[in-house]
Design a protein around this ligand. Structure first.
Ligand SMILES: NC(=O)c1ccc[n+]([C@@H]2O[C@H](COP(=O)([O-])OP(=O)(O)OC[C@H]3O[C@@H](n4cnc5c(N)ncnc54)[C@H](O)[C@@H]3O)[C@@H](O)[C@H]2O)c1
Length: 329
């Protein structure tokens, strides 16, 4: 069992992260939140008795193997530095800090302490994205020529606000990791355009090229309903196209012949479209958004195994891309 001290008993931790810990070999040894009710309620759910409202005290709890946290950018930064100072590895939700300089400071501290800092870019683990990436890596698709990604949300938290910092740090950060991960390259030349019909409502387009000549377009904004699917990925190859919709539905379009004039037209496994959609009626513990799969890999790394888990170096790169984008808006 990995004895973890956990900071932050908010909505995301309680709904998506903490339920995955036990089945992945973690035991919550201590909990921290400055909201007494959230702390007590979470402690009762998981039978935790070592409780504090001060993250520095939590880190001092004897016998911990790691620190986990889902709080927000400023605390991710300071609490991770404190955990590393105490010689403890960290799993943190995104974003790693409020700015790229903070993320770089954590990366330096992680190297100095020789302890991993793993970052919750779980979109890499969403079933559809994972399948698409495996298809690219398996060589079934050929060269990637371009990519388009759409990540939308609603103005809920931003209504009336002209400061979009929260949107950038909590939402856009995902595609600052996911899109370069898919194409295996960083943004090269880049342009950003934006439109804002009202305060709180923002639509922005980022287009880029890469050193190896790929092209891409990322659409992000706060002008759609959270009651609708919000994400679309389109990966363009030569006579091949991968679509991932709503992080779960995957299709690979290939190069089939026209069928209208062929009275014997069939579906060919060699060239027709391959697609996959999950069965939501199966009573399996499937977590298509990827939190369980991410935490399974995090646990493996904390046990000393090697996995490609997003880490603070990925966090630094994502924050640097984000800052570059924000400067161009
Ligand atoms: N990857 C994802 O899908 C995803 C989804 C939602 C949120 N998140 C991330 O998770 C983090 C938390 O988001 P949330 O929606 O749960 O927020 P939240 O506000 O519901 O929870 C944050 C919790 O941290 C506590 N807290 C704040 N400052 C503290 C401090 N100094 N000491 C101790 N406790 C403190 C708050 O009392 C609260 O309970 C954010 O960084 C967010 O970006 C990720």
């Amino acid at each position: 069992m990995i004895k973890i001290g956990w900071i932050g008993c908010g909505t995301h931790a309680r709904h998506m992260l903490l339920p995955q810990l036990g089945r992945n070999g973690f035991r919550i040894a201590a909990l921290c939140d400055r909201d007494g009710k959230a702390l007590q309620d979470t402690a009762s759910e998981y039978g935790v008795t070592t409780l504090t409202d001060d993250f520095a005290d939590l880190i001092k709890t004897p016998g911990l193997d790691a620190i986990g946290m889902a709080v927000g950018p400023e605390l991710h930064h300071v609490a991770t530095l404190a955990a590393l100072e105490a010689g403890l590895p960290v799993f943190m939700e995104k974003p790693p800090a409020a700015d790229a300089a903070g993320a770089r400071e954590i990366a330096r501290a992680s190297q100095k302490a020789v302890k991993p800092v793993l970052v919750g870019f779980m979109k890499r683990y969403s079933t559809g994205n994972k399948i698409a990436m495996n298809v690219l890596n398996a060589g079934q698709f050929g060269e990637v020529l371009g990519i388009t990604g759409t990540y939308m949300t609603a103005p809920t938290y931003f209504e009336g606000e002209t400061d979009y910092t929260g949107f950038y740090l909590h939402h856009c950060i995902h595609y600052m990791d996911l899109i370069p991960w898919f194409i295996g390259e960083d943004f090269g030349d880049m342009q950003v355009r934006s439109v804002s019909p009202q305060p709180g409502k923002l639509l922005l387009h980022l287009n880029f090229t890469t050193d190896q000549g790929k092209i891409g377009n990322i659409v992000m904004g706060t002008v759609q309903s959270r009651g609708t699917p919000m994400e679309e990925i389109r990966i363009m190859g030569d006579h091949a196209r991968l679509h991932v919709d709503n992080v779960i539905n995957v299709s690979m379009y290939r190069d089939p012949p026209f069928k209208a004039q062929d009275p014997k037209a069939l579906l060919s496994p060699d060239c027709d479209t391959l697609s996959w959609t999950p069965n939501f009626t199966a009573a399996a513990n499937e977590d298509h958004k990827g939190y369980d799969a991410l935490l399974s890999d995090v646990a493996a790394v904390l046990r000393g195994e090697t996995r490609e888990v997003p880490n603070i170096e990925d966090g630094v790169r994502a924050m640097e891309r984000l800052e570059r984008m924000i400067k161009m808006i």
